[in-house]
Write a protein that binds this ligand. Sequence first.
Ligand code: ZN
Length: 81
Amino acid sequence: MASESIGELTWSCHICGEERPDARISVVKTDTSDQYGLPLGTVEQNVRYCNDNPDCRQKAQHKQLIGGKAGEREEADDGAG
Ligand SMILES: [Zn+2]
Protein backbone atom coordinates (compact mmCIF):
# COMPACT_ATOMS: atom_id res chain seq x y z
CA MET A 1 0.00 0.00 0.00
CA ALA A 2 2.61 2.49 -1.02
CA SER A 3 0.69 4.01 -3.85
CA GLU A 4 0.24 7.37 -2.34
CA SER A 5 -0.21 10.13 -4.85
CA ILE A 6 1.68 13.28 -4.07
CA GLY A 7 -1.11 15.38 -5.42
CA GLU A 8 -3.33 15.57 -8.41
CA LEU A 9 -2.45 18.00 -11.08
CA THR A 10 -5.06 20.70 -11.04
CA TRP A 11 -5.55 24.01 -12.74
CA SER A 12 -7.78 26.94 -11.98
CA CYS A 13 -10.19 27.96 -14.68
CA HIS A 14 -9.66 31.53 -15.83
CA ILE A 15 -13.37 31.94 -16.39
CA CYS A 16 -15.18 30.56 -13.36
CA GLY A 17 -12.17 30.29 -11.08
CA GLU A 18 -12.84 26.67 -10.17
CA GLU A 19 -9.89 24.40 -9.60
CA ARG A 20 -10.23 21.43 -11.90
CA PRO A 21 -8.24 18.29 -12.63
CA ASP A 22 -5.92 18.44 -15.59
CA ALA A 23 -8.25 16.35 -17.74
CA ARG A 24 -11.06 18.84 -17.37
CA ILE A 25 -9.04 21.90 -18.26
CA SER A 26 -8.28 22.96 -21.79
CA VAL A 27 -6.33 25.92 -23.05
CA VAL A 28 -7.23 28.34 -25.77
CA LYS A 29 -4.44 30.37 -27.26
CA THR A 30 -5.38 33.87 -28.21
CA ASP A 31 -3.18 36.10 -30.26
CA THR A 32 -3.14 39.48 -28.56
CA SER A 33 -0.37 41.01 -30.66
CA ASP A 34 -2.81 43.30 -32.36
CA GLN A 35 -3.49 45.09 -29.09
CA TYR A 36 0.09 46.23 -28.97
CA GLY A 37 0.41 46.97 -32.65
CA LEU A 38 2.76 44.02 -33.04
CA PRO A 39 2.86 41.47 -35.84
CA LEU A 40 0.60 38.50 -35.39
CA GLY A 41 2.22 35.70 -33.45
CA THR A 42 4.30 37.98 -31.26
CA VAL A 43 2.15 37.93 -28.15
CA GLU A 44 -0.02 35.03 -27.12
CA GLN A 45 -2.05 34.40 -24.04
CA ASN A 46 -3.12 31.01 -22.79
CA VAL A 47 -6.58 31.00 -21.31
CA ARG A 48 -7.59 27.97 -19.28
CA TYR A 49 -11.19 26.87 -19.20
CA CYS A 50 -13.35 23.95 -18.11
CA ASN A 51 -13.70 21.84 -21.23
CA ASP A 52 -16.87 20.30 -19.82
CA ASN A 53 -18.51 23.66 -19.32
CA PRO A 54 -19.88 25.29 -22.47
CA ASP A 55 -20.07 28.64 -20.73
CA CYS A 56 -16.40 28.63 -19.78
CA ARG A 57 -15.48 27.37 -23.19
CA GLN A 58 -17.27 30.19 -24.95
CA LYS A 59 -16.04 32.95 -22.69
CA ALA A 60 -12.49 31.72 -22.96
CA GLN A 61 -12.46 32.64 -26.62
CA HIS A 62 -12.76 36.32 -25.72
CA LYS A 63 -11.10 36.39 -22.35
CA GLN A 64 -8.45 39.02 -21.80
CA LEU A 65 -5.93 37.91 -19.22
CA ILE A 66 -3.98 41.10 -19.45
CA GLY A 67 -6.06 43.86 -18.01
CA GLY A 68 -6.89 46.85 -20.10
CA LYS A 69 -5.72 50.31 -19.39
CA ALA A 70 -7.76 50.76 -16.27
CA GLY A 71 -5.97 52.89 -13.77
CA GLU A 72 -3.18 53.63 -16.13
CA ARG A 73 -1.97 57.17 -16.08
CA GLU A 74 0.75 59.12 -17.63
CA GLU A 75 3.19 60.76 -15.37
CA ALA A 76 4.46 64.07 -16.50
CA ASP A 77 7.26 64.94 -14.22
CA ASP A 78 9.11 67.93 -15.47
CA GLY A 79 11.45 67.98 -12.57
CA ALA A 80 11.54 71.72 -12.68
CA GLY A 81 12.79 73.23 -9.55
ZN1 ZN B 1 -14.61 27.11 -15.64
